[in-house]
Design a protein around this ligand. Structure first.
Ligand code: NAD
Length: 344
């Protein structure tokens, strides 16, 4: 990886004694934003690598979404062998808050894997530069409904590109992962009259499928089912070189981060005539909402409009890719690069 970051702080937490990394990749477009991941790594160096990679991804995501923000990320390296006690967790979150405060507003943190809205409230006791605190504390709360809203907008744009109509009704979707975001996508698809396969490793999610009149399937068969759109909403790395030739969908568009197991999978999808909505475009609704509500001071309706514009961005990318013969992944990267270049 080429080192292009502006600032990286690697610090042992004063209270928690845990390794904490705050990576600010870019503030070229404006203050950097990016969540706080609390995760167990075998070595702290792996946490550092994640922070560097994820903060760079946030720069791309914000630029492509048209936000006046750059990318950052916080990683707290948890002990590999045991969970934190409640006191230790609070100590780690205070440590994060103090480090974020040192940036003086050049970087704002928020929730990510291993942290949630309540944790943001705790960080908020140490710094004002934190998104998604509980609504009762003046924050914008859980970002996942807004991520789901953006993904559904992306699904309409995907349907438009593949069938000439953005209509969801009558089309068939397989949603992989019925967690915070996936369950809300599934609900909106069902409400719009789409046919649905729902899948999760957790069999308790079968009841949601029953409630929505959806088929419940194990992940392996759901991923390769004959559908219009495959909707990844679980972990990253779903689209491997081995899987792509076995897919029986027309398009893939979903919430999961880092869907491509290898970058060249984008080319395999294109060669197989499978339309791919770049993940960081489709799943930007959460960060767009936070920035809109908490930095720009927009009202909820304006924030929703900004989230729904994900559909226009995606339509533009699909057209560019089709016209120039590049992958949708390359088109998205080019859009982000253009916006960054225009700002320097
Ligand atoms: N929450 C957000 O606002 C947000 C924003 C941007 C991106 N994302 C991405 O969207 C994805 C889902 O996020 P979330 O917040 O809903 O997470 P979550 O943990 O609430 O849900 C994930 C779900 O996937 C299931 N799952 C795990 N492995 C699976 C597998 N192999 N096959 C099928 N199901 C599996 C889990 O049981 C769980 O129900 C993640 O990749 C996340 O990074 C989320």
């Amino acid at each position: 990886m080429e080192f292009g970051h502006e600032t990286v702080v690697l610090r042992r937490g004063q209270r928690s004694r845990l390794p904490i990394i705050v990576a600010v990749h870019s503030t070229v477009l404006g203050p950097a934003v990016g969540g706080c991941r609390m995760w167990g790594y075998a070595r702290w160096e792996d946490g550092l690598r994640d922070a560097l990679r994820l903060s760079e991804g946030m720069t791309r995501k914000c630029a492509a979404a048209g936000l006046s923000n750059g990318g950052g990320k916080t990683v707290v390296v948890l002990p590999a062998d045991r969970p934190l006690t409640a006191d230790e967790r609070r100590a780690a979150l205070y440590d994060v808050g103090d480090i974020v405060a040192e940036f003086g507003g050049r970087y704002l943190t928020g929730p990510d894997a291993g942290t949630g809205v309540a944790d943001m409230g705790v960080i908020g006791e140490r710094t004002e530069y934190v998104f998604c605190r509980p609504e009762a504390d003046g924050g914008s709360g859980d970002p996942s409904p807004f991520t789901a809203l953006g993904v559904v907008a992306a699904l309409r744009a995907t349907c438009l590109a593949m069938s000439g109509s953005p209509e969801l009704a009558g089309k068939r979707f397989a949603v992989i992962g019925a967690g915070n975001v996936g369950a809300q996508i599934a609900r909106q698809l069902a409400a719009a009259g789409a046919a649905l396969i729902l899948s999760d490793v957790d069999p308790a999610k079968r009841s949601l499928a029953a409630e929505l009149g959806a088929e419940f399937a194990d992940p392996e068969s759901a991923v390769t089912a004959e559908v219009d759109v495959l909707v990844p909403a679980a972990l990253g790395g779903l689209l491997t070189r081995e899987l792509v030739p076995r897919l029986r969908c027309i398009a893939v568009a979903g919430a999961a981060n880092n869907q491509l197991a290898e970058p060249d999978v984008a080319e395999l999808l294109r060669a197989g005539d499978i339309l791919w909505a770049p993940d960081y475009i489709a799943n930007a609704g959460g960060v767009v909402n936070s920035v809109s509500r908490e930095i720009l001071g927009d009202d909820p309706a304006t924030a929703v409009k900004r989230i729904e514009s994900i559909a226009d961005t995606l339509t533009g990318l699909f057209e560019t890719a089709a016209r120039t013969g590049i992958t949708t992944a390359a088109a998205a990267d080019a859009l982000a690069r253009q916006r960054l270049a225009a700002a320097v």
